[in-house]
Write a protein that binds this ligand. Structure first.
Ligand SMILES: Nc1ncnc2c1ncn2[C@@H]1O[C@H](COP(=O)(O)OP(=O)(O)OP(=O)(O)O)[C@@H](O)[C@H]1O
Length: 366
């Protein structure tokens, strides 16, 4: 290392420490905590470790200045998931940006580990943790619309609630939920935009629709894939311009809301088939969150089962899940995902436990 490099290394470390930033060593980096990592040597193993970490949602800034580093290596590290690679020559340009990002990560880490998040979306899989990190960031630091995809029972509505809870807007309004699969076509205009008194037979008084009710808050449109093309066209303007007219009214009204949509359909395929408007798709999908089915995150099964035994039977002592029950829960299939785990397994597991007949009972319950 040249004299210049040694001085630059010293400068960077001093500067970061002055800013209150902890420099992590290689072991910390492997434990998955994001931050600035000092690495003496970059090998192919480093890239592999980084790749594994970034798949679990952790994106450490790799701070590397103790070795000569080629453009090719920098590119490999970035591709493997590092957010930044600092070399001794150009650190001053990006250091402030990195500090801001680290501070943001610290807040995100705190929020992800807070009871509000941990007790809402329960689970220990790296897939769920990665989703939570991203959702916390989008919900707390942006006003982006969010599209939640996932099979039935994977927790889409729960996630929509969490996005609203974590939204940092001051004097935030309400969370308004509309299930698009239950809309009666003749009343859809009124449901969305509200109506004036006398607008149609039966409109005895004026009424707000969901776009007005969600003003200042969050509008959650569940089962958005069920909307007809006519309704999609009607919604485009208000979602784009945030203005609308009540049915039977002439005045434009303004509204401001965060839009969260969910569907268990393949919305991209619907767009390709012409069943869902492309322009609406891009409006609602600024950020897409895909909740994987339970079979792809089996590490969540036991923590969820323990949680449901505790919350769904608060008057009773939740039993410890012993080995046969754990094996049963891990072995069975969950076509209805978490809803299925909650309804069938836990309601079976608890009484079976009580009677201490669970072992044979669980076999016959399959
Ligand atoms: N990670 C989780 N932690 C705790 N409870 C969960 C979790 N995921 C789902 N649940 C529970 O599972 C059930 C189904 O969740 P939810 O209604 O959010 O799913 P959904 O994907 O919106 O389903 P659908 O598409 O059928 O409307 C609820 O009882 C919810 O509380």
């Amino acid at each position: 290392m040249s004299k210049y490099q040694r001085q630059a290394t010293h400068d960077i470390i001093t500067f970061l420490i002055e800013q209150g930033i902890e420099i992590k060593d290689h072991d910390d980096y492997l434990s998955g905590h994001p931050g600035v990592v000092f690495s003496k040597e970059i090998t192919s193993e480093t890239c592999e470790q980084l790749r594994e970490l970034s798949h679990s949602g952790q994106i450490p800034t790799l701070f590397c200045c103790d070795c000569a580093i080629s453009g090719n290596t920098i590119w490999q590290l970035l591709e493997a998931g590092a957010c930044d690679v600092l070399t001794c020559t150009e650190y001053r340009v990006i250091i402030h940006e990195i500090i801001t990002r680290l501070q943001r990560w610290e807040i995100i880490d705190c929020m992800v580990n807070s009871p509000a998040v941990q007790n809402t979306l329960v689970g220990e899989s790296s897939a769920l943790k990665a989703i939570l990190r991203q959702v916390v960031e989008v919900a707390h630091f942006t006003d982006s619309s969010v599209l939640i995809l996932g099979e039935s029972g994977t927790g889409k509505e729960l996630l929509a609630n969490l996005i609203h809870t974590l939204d940092a807007r001051p004097d935030k309004g309400d969370l308004v939920i509309l299930d698009c699969s239950t809309i009666v076509p003749e009343l859809s205009g009124s449901e969305f935009f509200g109506h004036e008194r006398g607008a149609f037979t039966g409109a005895v008084s004026s009424r707000d629709g969901v776009f007005a009710l969600a003003n200042g808050g969050t509008l959650f449109l569940d089962e958005i894939g069920e909307l007809t093309l006519t309704l999609q066209t009607q919604l485009l303007r208000v979602i784009q311009e945030h203005t609308f007219k009540r049915v039977g009214g002439n005045a434009w009204q303004r509204t401001s809301f965060r839009l969260v949509c969910a569907t268990n359909r393949d919305l991209r395929a619907q767009v390709q088939k012409g069943e869902f408007r492309t322009d609406l798709y891009y409006r609602i999908a600024s950020y897409i969150c895909h909740l994987p089915p339970l079979r792809e995150r089996t590490e969540d099964i036991l923590p969820l089962a323990r949680y449901f035994l505790k919350t769904d039977h608060p008057a009773q002592d939740p039993p410890e899940l012993d080995t046969p029950v754990q094996e049963y829960l891990l072995r069975r299939e969950y076509p209805g995902n978490v809803r299925d785990l909650r309804a069938s397994s836990c309601t079976h597991a608890m009484p079976l436990y009580r009677k201490r007949r669970y072992y044979s009972g669980l076999h016959s319950a399959r």
